[in-house]
Ligand binder design. Structure first.
Ligand SMILES: [Zn+2]
Length: 435
């Protein structure tokens, strides 16, 4: 039996933090003695593992960035090759892929802890989940990771993958699936098809990963609301990152992603000073996957911007909760003097309820950053023109900046958004020149 959490509702913050600190200290020792990267880093900064005896000391360890990981990938491998039983790689959305080996213990750790976390949603042995994610394509972790977590939680997994929507709906109906997990934009497509074909299903829970479905106040954003409407049920946001091999899931009170403190320590850092911010304040998500050995990481900044939700969750658990990923630090940009980020634009476009496809392109012209938004063309020019003006106005009113909106053929746009080899739809392309 792997669930639920040990005394989940009775522990105090102090008790959790003390246990966490002890585990972090062991993990630092491990990183120092087993990975070339951290041995060098500690030596260069004159830090000895035994010097770290508090969370304040822990902050003396310099952060690790995606660039560090790309440049010295094997320097982070903490376990000998003969202990690896699986390898995964990141999709390399913003650069080269990073390779992640997993030991048997890493896998067990992900399975058990993922199962515990997913059970917070209320899912259990009586459920069957339709996995609308690729299981092994391109060595991605997500589909396989969820497979081991759900199956360890006792849930029967229907490994269908994304695409072939008609067949997908047939399986969901014939095998009475009670839950589904996938990338939100695909689940919208599938939900619309279900509605058009008037197929009755028994779906009680929808899980999403890869795209944000929450506003900063933790209510559902336009994409999240659309999913609730289409599937007529509760929609749970999951948050994870392959490099950190961690998972956060909303419980049935929908108050942020619960993070297991025995497995991950999350800090939120000010993007300018890299100092920790207070709970509730926004900053860079920084993770330490306590215990991960295949790929050993300390204070890893994955580029996501979010915040920690202070206090106890209404469900009673005193676990760290992380809010929505409302931006990626590498995608933030100043356009005409206004700081904007693609997810905000994405949310506004989704809010129109009319545009189901779009791509944003950031580029530099005469030393200024600009953004162009591509939307699908309708049959006639007049409709296209009105739709473009409507989107431009909504963005201007909400963000205070006017952006170019361009209609192009639906087929071309579809090819731009779903290029081969990408796990998630590409809704943002960065062509800005690097200063
Ligand atoms: Zn909760």
């Amino acid at each position: 039996m792997v669930y639920p959490y040990k005394s989940p509702k009775d522990e105090t913050v102090g008790e959790i933090r003390a246990r966490q600190l002890a585990k972090i200290k062991d993990y630092i020792e491990f990183a120092y003695h087993n990975t070339p990267y951290y041995r060098d880093l500690f030596d260069k900064n004159n830090i000895k593992p035994r010097d770290i005896s508090s969370f304040d000391d822990f902050r003396r360890i310099p952060i690790t960035t995606k660039d560090d990981l790309r440049k010295q990938n094997s320097g982070f491998f903490g376990a000998p090759e003969e202990e690896w039983i699986d390898m995964s790689c990141t999709s390399g959305t913003t650069g080269e892929s990073v390779y992640i080996p997993f030991t048997r213990n890493d896998m067990k750790r992900i399975a058990v802890w993922g199962a515990q976390t997913l059970r917070l949603s209320g899912i259990n042995e009586t459920d069957r989940i339709h996995l609308a994610m690729p299981m092994c394509a391109w060595m991605w972790m997500a589909g396989f990771g969820f497979y081991i977590c759900f199956s360890t939680a006792g849930v029967c997994v229907l490994r269908f993958g994304p695409g072939f929507s008609g067949k997908s709906l047939e399986i969901i109906k014939n095998l009475s699936a009670t839950a589904i997990i996938g990338v939100p934009s695909y689940l919208v497509k599938l939900g619309e098809m279900r509605e058009r074909m008037q197929i009755e299903t028994s779906i009680k829970r929808v899980f999403t990963i890869g795209e944000n479905i929450l506003n900063k106040d933790l209510t559902k954003n336009a994409l999240g609301k659309k999913l609730e409407e289409l599937w007529k049920t509760e929609v749970f946001s999951c948050y994870g990152a392959t490099e950190g091999t961690f998972l956060g899931v909303e419980c049935d009170r929908f108050c942020g992603h619960h993070i297991n403190p025995d497995e991950v320590y999350v800090e939120i850092l000010d993007p300018d000073t890299l100092e920790p911010v207070k709970d509730g304040e926004e900053g860079l998500v920084t993770i330490t996957p306590i215990g991960a050995r295949g790929l050993t990481l300390l204070r890893y900044v994955n580029g996501d911007m979010s915040f920690i939700i202070p206090g106890r969750c209404p469900c009673g658990r005193m676990l760290q909760r992380v809010g929505p990923v409302f931006a990626r630090i590498d995608q933030m940009m100043k356009v005409k003097g206004v700081m904007i980020y693609p997810d905000a634009i994405k949310n506004i476009i989704a809010g129109t309820g009319k545009i189901d496809l779009f791509q944003m392109e950031a580029y530099t012209e005469n030393f200024s950053n600009l953004v162009r938004i591509y939307v699908p063309s309708y049959a006639d020019e007049e409709t296209d023109r009105k739709s473009a003006i409507d989107i431009r106005e909504r963005i201007r009113l909400e963000l205070g900046v006017t952006l170019e909106v361009k209609s192009i053929s639906r087929e071309i746009l579809q090819g731009m958004i779903f290029p081969p080899g990408k796990g998630k739809p590409v809704t943002f392309v960065d062509k800005r020149s690097k200063q």
